[in-house]
Design a protein around this ligand. Structure first.
Ligand code: ADE
Ligand code: ZN
Length: 347
């Protein structure tokens, strides 16, 4: 990293964090459904939801672990029926991302949550893709899609989902793995990930969120992922930390998610700073921002306030987000130039 970051006063750090251009590499588009939009779509589609009001729904967002969140998250996604619903959801997120100076995003989607209810892959992918195209034109945000397999379902189900997605191959940048981690290790999906690799998809997987460091090892060595989503439990294994640092495997860390799902007791105990200081390519992301109390800039400002990280950490995180993205080298270089300019202008 050749750019030299000048120190800035602590009281100006939040403004720097908000203004700097950044990429978001770990967010589930279904996790951007705000309660207001859930109610609007439920009413538009005549879908019943077991909450009387937006306030009552929001007050149910008190999670004790990943599964307690996933139960509500999958229920919330049941209001999505038409292509326009998927468009509206993604457009709302992309506008919020643009306001946070996110200039590039690689969004996860969970097609099995929808196809299991009779919504077609075509409806899902076309609605989301159209929002991505419009975001470039209207907001200057480049956006692409990563299809995630649900790991609590079978590998056979994942293979079927892959088949359904192949007609839209050109609209899908990569493949990921999400949902309940413990008891569903990466190697359960070894064959389907091998096939996705042959097909030329980029590969990522959630690992080391609630699961042990062994799951991060097998995500790397069996699934051959290029980035690890979360990965915060890696700090329990010094050899794994060495491997991640040496190979510059990015971890897409989600501090507010980890707080809300009780992965860490408070933000001051979060290990993001430790990961960065150990030379890992960590990034900051929002995961499911409508459920976890904040989009990108909230994740940055709250985590920096709690951990005492400084402008150098801010630069590393933003730079890592571009370096770890799946855009081509010239586009990466252009984003890094923009980042450097924003730091120069600020100091
Ligand atoms: N799906 C949506 N958010 C998730 C998370 N944090 N972990 C695993 N699966 C998810
Ligand atoms: Zn996630």
């Amino acid at each position: 990293m050749t750019f030299s970051v000048k120190p800035i006063a602590a009281d100006r750090l939040p403004e720097l964090l908000r203004r700097m251009p950044k990429a978001e590499l770990h967010m589930h588009i279904e996790g951007s459904l705000e309660p207001e939009l859930i109610f609007a779509l439920a009413s538009r589609n005549g879908v019943a939801i077991p909450y009387a009001s937006v306030e009552e729904l929001r007050s149910a967002y008190a999670f004790t672990n990943l599964q307690s969140f996933l139960d509500i998250y999958y229920a919330g996604a049941s209001v999505l029926i038409t292509e326009q619903d998927f468009y509206d959801m993604a457009q709302a997120y992309l506008r919020k991302a643009a306001a946070d100076n996110v200039v590039h995003t690689e969004m996860f989607f969970d097609p099995q949550t929808h196809t299991a209810r009779g919504v077609s892959m075509e409806t899902v992918v076309k609605g989301l893709h159209r929002a991505c195209v419009d975001a470039q034109a209207e907001l200057g945000v480049s956006a692409s899609l990563i299809l995630c397999f649900l790991r609590h379902l079978s590998e056979e189900d994942a293979f079927e989902t892959l088949e359904q997605a192949l007609p839209f191959r050109d609209l899908i940048l990569g493949i990921g793995l999400d949902s309940g981690e413990v008891g569903n290790p990466p190697e359960k999906f070894a064959r389907v990930f091998a096939r996705c690799r042959e097909l030329g998809f980029h590969l990522v997987a959630h690992a080391g969120e609630e699961g042990p460091p062994e799951y991060v090892w097998t995500a790397l060595d069996v699934l051959k992922v290029e980035r690890v989503d979360h990965g915060v439990r890696s700090s329990r294994d010094p050899l794994l930390m060495q491997r991640l640092a040496q190979d510059r495997i990015a971890l897409t860390v989600c501090p507010l998610s980890n707080l809300k799902l009780c992965v860490f007791p408070d933000l001051a105990s979060h290990n993001l700073r430790e990961l960065l200081d150990a030379g890992l390519a960590a990034t900051v992301n929002s995961d499911d921002p409508a459920y976890f109390g904040g989009y990108m800039n909230e994740n940055f400002t709250q985590t920096f306030a709690a951990t005492g990280m400084d402008a150098r950490h801010a630069y590393m995180l933003a730079r890592n987000s571009f370096e770890a993205s799946f855009i081509d080298a010239p586009a990466k270089a252009r984003y890094v130039d923009r980042l450097n300019e924003s730091f120069e202008r600020f100091s």
